[in-house]
Design a protein around this ligand. Sequence first.
Ligand code: NDP
Length: 259
Amino acid sequence: MDLGLKGRRAVVTGGSKGIGRAIARAFAREGADVVLVARSPAEVEEAADAIEAEFGTRALSVAADVATSEGCEAVIGASAEAGGADILINNAGTGSNETILDAADEKWLAYWNLHVMAAVRLGRGLAPQMQGRGGGTILNNASICAVQPLWYEPIYNTTKAALMMLSKCMATEFVPMGIRVNTVNPGLIRTPDWEKTARELAGSEWENYLQSVADEHAPIRRFGSVEELADVFVFLASDRASYCVGGTYFVDGGMLRTV
Ligand code: NDP
């Protein structure tokens, strides 16, 4: 299936590793240029260089903290300089671990900035670029936890639920501009971050630990790979998904327990 992504430009936040890097690779494989964003300059540069070498498309790196307005401005500026964005993937994010009784306001606000305000600021800043190029697509990577919480991470659950609502509102506001906005809710996706957590919790038994997590939560009894998830993002960002607007797409191996 030709996804028609050749020559498009996709901005991917959190593009240096894990899911974001796989999404950027999948866009590059389809012939799209990519703009990778992450805080660590060395890591994001390495990821962009590797993608450019592997696929021969243009891959830019922007070292920026998207939880700040300055960081988002840097991304918007770099994208404009490159010629403008057609696609925005709001993917940068991370899990949490706290109780509501103990968590300080600062922690709530940090996650609000990372999971919600980054999408507000980047959506607001990049939408005019997309419109100027004839339309575009925004995908917000929330989580199954936005609707089916894991109880140890109330801040993560709450801010990802807010991202889903933002996505819905943005979809309605932006569709007259020719910009489609949707949410993707992944379940258990195997990333370096999960492997690190498993090593910390279970030492040499970390692989068994990951299997036990999959057995407990996902009827398919395994984690998804970043590539399996990236393919869904790329399809939804393409014109082949042209009637998908304001939706939420679960990629979770059956983990969602409701219809
Ligand atoms: P990783 O920790 O593997 O990667 C996170 C990426 O985001 C890195 O590139 C990191 O680079 C970047 N990043 C983090 N904070 C910022 C910031 N403030 N500004 C810019 N970049 C940032 O995460 P995953 O790939 O596992 O997760 C990606 C997204 O998918 C997250 O939003 C997560 O909530 C969501 N998700 C993941 C699931 C999973 O099972 N893995 C399941 C459901 C949702 P750097 O540190 O250098 O900034």
